[in-house]
Design a protein around this ligand. Sequence first.
Ligand code: NAD
Length: 345
Amino acid sequence: MVRFVDVASMQRWVAQTGIERIVSGMAEMIEADFRRWGEFDKRPRVASHSPAGVIELMPASDGRAYAFKYVNGHPDNPRRGLQTVTGFGVLADVDSGYPLLLSEMTILTSLRTAATSALVARRLARPDSQVMALIGTGSQSEFQALAFRALLGIRTLRIWDTDPAAMDKFERNLGSLGFDVHRATGAAEAVEGADIITTCTADKAYATVLTDDMVVPGVHVNAMGGDCPGKTELESSILQRASVFVEYPEQTRIEGEIQQLPADFPVTELWRVFRGEAAGRTSPDEITVFDSVGFAIEDFSALRYLDSCVAGTEYAAEVNLIVDPTDPKDLFSLVSAGALTLALN
Ligand code: NAD
């Protein structure tokens, strides 16, 4: 039997547990997994691009568990009433090769992305950070806001989106949750006085959501919207003034903001920071950038965290996904009636 978490179960689990509690727990697991980086079998995700977007498979294994996520990114989907990003994923037992958990991962991806963003910002943003600018208030944005409150205590948000309806939705969703939200009239106004800038826009283009003059010394930029080839958010000169941190250079150099720069542009791998082998922020005036693209180990951690919370509970149904004939060599016995049907016809 395989544990199965569908959308309705995911909704109930999140509603009854709380987003801030989940992202806090998930962030701990992501950090712990990044700290044992060397144990993982890892590779850049397998991406299939089309003019409309991308479909990706993201596998990772630590030799005991194996996970993969199927995920898409289609920036024009909201115009046809669809999500930009959707996903589902599997956690499996390496010893038997059998799947253990099959889960929706659209909501789970928003949780794990927010957990990762805030986890990284806790290392890289100035410790006295109080204000975050959020550029792009689509599907990921509320999750980002809640994760930054849970992990860094950020309560003041300055928001900007080219779509006023997206800002209406954001204000409606977070209105009663104790944030102080300032709605800006443009990106430049949104970043005024911000200690942290999160860019979470979706546009399959070399966009310049953030220009060089908008980023002042001491700011941490959580650049999470540019996550595939030909899709960026920052003016490249920002990166040249900043210390840039990445999940997995082999993937980020193809997909991240640094795709705009030479292949030897210096970056710091996050796992080294988590292990204390590389410095995070070194001075209050430093500009730090997390060039986030989303890496398979984060999904591995998210699935393991989910499984540890839902196994044996009402949130995980048991589904019969794998055959179980009495004689393991007699798979045919399960469908032999079909052979008879063919013979009769
Ligand atoms: P979404 O389509 O729901 O929201 C994107 C928002 O950006 C929209 O409201 C849009 O109006 C706004 N926007 C577009 N261009 C803008 C601009 N120039 N200035 C201000 N606002 C602008 O998408 P989403 O699900 O919230 O995802 C946002 C981005 O994050 C996508 O590109 C997605 O691929 C990426 N993403 C990254 C990770 C990661 O791990 N790094 C994970 C999930 C999603």
